[in-house]
Design a binder for this molecule. Sequence first.
Ligand code: SF4
Ligand code: SF4
Length: 109
Amino acid sequence: MMDFGFKISPSSAINLDNADLSLYDELCKAEPDICKCMACGSCSAACPANRFSGMSVRKLIIDLQRGKKKEAVKMLSDCMLCGKCTMVCPRGINTRHLILSICKLYKED
Ligand code: SF4
Ligand code: SF4
């Protein structure tokens, strides 16, 4: 193949038909409020760990909805469980409790 001096990034498209969402379905049963998330990002903006580690409840939820379990579990270790994200969520989601449930469910798997 001819060398043009650059490469095309691999596609990041996700085929949701093939994604394993069994754990996410279990999480929805344990934490039905997760469905209220509108991905506004207020939780990420308030998170003290965000600027150092990229911790983001918004991204965490999106990763779980897409079956990207490995990325989500990796992010969990950056959370300090301070609860600031819970205080600012406009949908009233107890994100701190949600994070604890995710830890329990996904780290056991
Ligand atoms: S603040 Fe609440 S609604 Fe907004 S992205 Fe975070 S969890 Fe979702
Ligand atoms: S509980 Fe975790 S995710 Fe929420 S603001 Fe604190 S460090 Fe960030």
